[in-house]
Design a protein around this ligand. Structure first.
Ligand code: SF4
Length: 437
């Protein structure tokens, strides 16, 4: 079986490429050429039926990922399935199943059955959790068990995996020589791999046997998303030497993986101040040869817990503007607790809005719906306005609950309505296209 990348290199437009082209209103040939260069990936493991083909990368709408999954403290398989369905209903483009408590095989399979989104995971979670259960010590992880587990998970139908190939002994040395970090390590899979390497003195098998990782991913045409195990967990650690070491290696691996015919993404960057986001994205794009960039947030502040979906949304708008291709949502529970169903809903909504804001600046020619919404608002055509809103039911309910005396206005200004007054003065001067572009 050939991967989407190999099919595109053969000059063939696959069914999935056609689907992405139709969804994005872009020519199938342009999609094919970007898939062939590795600038667009399509996570779509063919062993899973009824799965939506989603394009991630250059020239496409910025996509939103929602992550769900149990922990050792809260483990309710039905709740995770409900969260997966909420994420899909709210418009997430991809889903990551990141359970770390309970029967991990069963949870993954139930979630895969419930949704038609491309589903990804982090295989190191199950590898370390099961090793810990068996030997009471996750550092007893056997690399052969890890590789077998990756294949078992792929065979279930996962379409992408975050795999921490870019951590090696050189990266760990950078952490020690710089005096560790203000914010410690934030990645669970990455931290337990660092601990394994520290305990065994061995090189990361995912780095050492990178070709083997690629070949497994290729077998199922799953996208290899190079995990950001050394991402900054505090803005004061952003772009430190350890993070940069991993980023350089991940970008190098993205190129090597593409050469083997594997679809590749790079992940980053964690907590990053707003003024560093543009530079971070430029570096990833430049060093990886424009591999799609999957960003976590980024979170541009460390003091917003409780509202970190908003903190991250500000980072997400900035990152999507400057070229990020897939944004992982952050929920209001980030840094505090396992997200509940409402947190998932709020996280997806905040992130969809954020990437829309970013895309308005990334693609200035794709702003038409903003103009139509503004004109409906100007004309106080409330029902038309709802057609252009991202969350029409919220708008409708708010207006219904706080009903104005005069139907056309709203209770914000009542009889002091600027829209109404403006139309009284300028109604005869209106042209559809005020400024020709
Ligand atoms: S009342 Fe105020 S907020 Fe409401 S439509 Fe008029 S100008 Fe806008």
């Amino acid at each position: 079986m050939k991967t989407q990348l190999e099919i595109a290199r053969d000059g063939i437009i696959s069914e999935q490429m056609n689907q992405v082209a139709a969804d994005e209103n872009i020519s199938p040939e342009l999609i094919r050429s970007r898939v062939a260069k590795g600038e667009i990936v399509i996570p779509c493991n063919p062993s899973r039926k009824n799965q939506r083909a989603v394009g991630i990368g250059a020239g496409l709408r910025t996509k939103v990922n929602a992550s769900i999954g149990t922990s050792s403290d809260i483990c309710d398989i039905d709740a995770e399935v409900r969260k997966a369905l909420i994420a899909q209903e709210e418009g997430a483009d991809t889903l990551m199943e990141l359970s770390a408590g309970g029967d991990l095989d069963a949870i993954r399979r139930e979630v895969l059955k419930a949704v038609n989104l491309p589903v990804g995971n982090v295989p190191l979670y199950q590898a370390f959790k099961e090793t810990g259960r068996k030997y009471k010590n996750p550092s007893k992880l056997d690399p052969e068990f890890l590789f077998d587990l990756i294949e078992k998970q792929l065979a279930d139908g996962l379409s992408f995996m975050a795999i921490h190939c870019g951590i090696n002994q050189y990266t760990i040395e950078r952490l020690r020589k710089q005096g560790f970090r203000y914010g410690g390590l934030a990645s669970k899979g990455g931290t337990f791999m660092v601990a394994w390497m520290d305990a065994t003195g061995k090189e990361n098998p995912l780095y050492e046997q990178f070709d083997r990782v690629c070949d497994l991913m290729k077998k199922y045409d799953a996208v290899l998303s190079l995990g950001n195990g050394i991402r900054a967990g505090a803005i004061h650690d952003s772009h430190d030497r350890a993070q940069m070491a991993e980023m350089i290696i991940n970008c190098e691996l993205a190129e090597l993986g593409r050469e083997r015919g594997c679809q590749m993404m790079v992940e980053g960057p964690g907590h990053v101040p707003l003024d560093e986001i543009q530079g971070n994205i430029m570096l990833e794009k430049r060093m990886s040869g424009n591999a799609p960039y999957y960003v976590l947030g980024p979170l541009p502040a460390d003091t917003g817990a409780g509202y970190d979906h908003i903190t991250a949304a500000i980072g997400a708008a900035t990152s999507s503007w400057h070229g990020a291709d897939l944004v992982c949502y952050i929920t209001p529970a980030e840094h505090l607790a396992l997200p509940n169903e409402n947190d998932v809903r709020e996280g997806v909504r905040a992130t969809r809005l954020a990437v829309r804001i970013g895309d308005i600046s990334k693609y200035p020619n794709k702003r038409e719906s903003e103009k139509l919404a503004a004109m409906a608002r100007r004309d106080m055509r409330w029902e038309d306005l709802e057609k252009h809103l991202m969350f029409p039911e919220v708008a409708k309910q708010m207006r219904r609950e706080r009903c104005p005396q005069e139907e056309k206005t709203c209770t914000m200004c009542g009889d002091f309505c600027a829209m109404k007054k403006g139309m009284e003065v300028f109604a005869d001067d209106i042209k559809y296209d005020k400024v020709s572009k």
